[in-house]
Design a binder for this molecule. Structure first.
Ligand code: KG4
Ligand code: ZN
Length: 347
């Protein structure tokens, strides 16, 4: 059995390295965000992301070993790397580094689906967080990030059924685009969240697309267009004046849709265990209303702490060590892929 794994995550704009055990204990997690580098462009520039991964990754490898209690490379027994889905240039940096390490240190290697990492994040533990003792499969997961918004039934390691997904924009994208339109800049979600705190969520009535649709699919592009029209009608001066109300109302519409679909999925699958994961689960209103929803329905809701919700290598390491310990390996032909692989999810 492999006891300690080192994991690398470079699928988007966070460079992250972690050392994790088979019990999900995070011995170290070190990350470098690139918000400052992308901010002038109002969004993530893939080429800039790749270049920053290249310069950030090697020092982070050493730092991860150091922070895990001064480990040596000889203490590491396996390597995991996000190899799909993501920005291809960004993924290449992580995959090539992991393959070089695996080759030179003669360590087993496994490529991990980034979304699987998010879905297993509730199992991570450290000195400040551990999941409830009785938390285990099966559960319903809502993975909400800048690139993905999907509902899954998680039956066990590698057994993930897609129950519903956004038909257009991801929820994080809806936050980011709104932020850009409203002049709040990048990164969007956290700025909208912050601005909304002093606003009235009932001030503006934004559409909740597909809310009453029987399916578990979602849509957020209509919401974005409605916000664009409203801001054009209000004009720049008034928009600025009522920005907290706009942010709160817009955010409420997203939260309404996400929680309605999550709740519907739990009821349909007759499951009481639910999780929120991915960068958008950092949203304070979503967390607050998620807890209320759980109380009202007696759901066991697990929302990992922010360091495990946003992109991080610890979740990749946990998925990786579980897979290595059940005998899975990838060869030196492991390639990065912008899409998930056939078979990653059941329909
Ligand atoms: O999972 P993640 O770190 O990276 C991706 O895989 O996309 O998620 C990033 C997304 C961004 O769209 C960002 O705006 C959003 O998560 N986000 C938030 C908040 N913090 C991050 N959205 C709403 N409220 C927040 N507090
Ligand atoms: Zn992510």
């Amino acid at each position: 059995m492999i006891k300690k794994i080192l994991a690398i995550e470079t699928s988007c704009d966070d460079t992250s390295v972690a050392v994790v055990t088979g019990q999900g204990e995070v011995l170290s997690l070190v990350s470098r965000a690139q918000d400052l580098e992308h901010e002038p462009y109002g969004g993530i520039v893939p080429e800039i992301a790749s270049r920053n991964h290249t310069s950030a990754l090697i020092p982070l490898l050493e730092e991860a070993l150091e922070q895990a209690g001064g480990l040596e490379w000889s203490d590491i027994e396996g390597l995991a790397v996000t190899n799909r889905p993501g920005l291809i240039g960004a993924l290449i940096v992580g995959v090539i580094t992991a393959k070089s390490l695996a080759q030179s240190l003669n360590l087993p290697l496994i490529g991990i689906n980034h979304l699987e990492g998010h879905l297993l994040a509730p199992f991570l533990r450290d000195s400040e967080f551990s999941p409830p003792e009785d938390f285990n499969y099966p559960y319903i997961g809502l993975a909400i990030s800048g690139g993905h918004t999907s509902l899954y039934r998680i039956q066990g390691l590698g057994d993930y059924q897609i129950l519903g997904t956004t038909k257009d924009d991801a929820a994080g994208e809806a936050f980011d685009k709104f932020s850009k339109m409203a002049g709040l800049g990048f990164p969007g979600g956290v700025r909208v969240d912050h601005c909304a705190r002093t606003g009235n969520s009932k001030a503006y009535d934004f559409p909740r697309s597909m809310l009453h649709d029987d399916s578990l699919d979602m849509s957020f592009s209509g919401l974005k267009s409605a916000a664009q029209r409203l801001m054009a009608d209000l004009g720049p001066v008034k928009t600025k004046e009522v920005l907290p109300d706009l942010c709160a109302s817009y955010q409420e519409a997203i939260v309404d849709v996400l929680l309605a679909k999550l709740s519907r999925a739990a009821k349909r699958c007759q499951m009481k265990k639910i999780i929120l994961t991915g960068g958008v689960s950092a949203n304070s209103r979503l967390r607050e209303r998620g807890l209320l929803l759980a109380q009202a329905n007696k759901y066991q809701l697990v929302i990992p702490p922010l360091r495990y919700c946003t992109d991080n290598a610890a979740m990749i390491g946990y998925a990786g060590i579980l897979r290595l310990n059940r005998g899975e390996r990838h060869s030196m032909s492991l390639s990065p892929s912008p899409q998930v692989w056939d078979g990653d999810f059941q329909k």
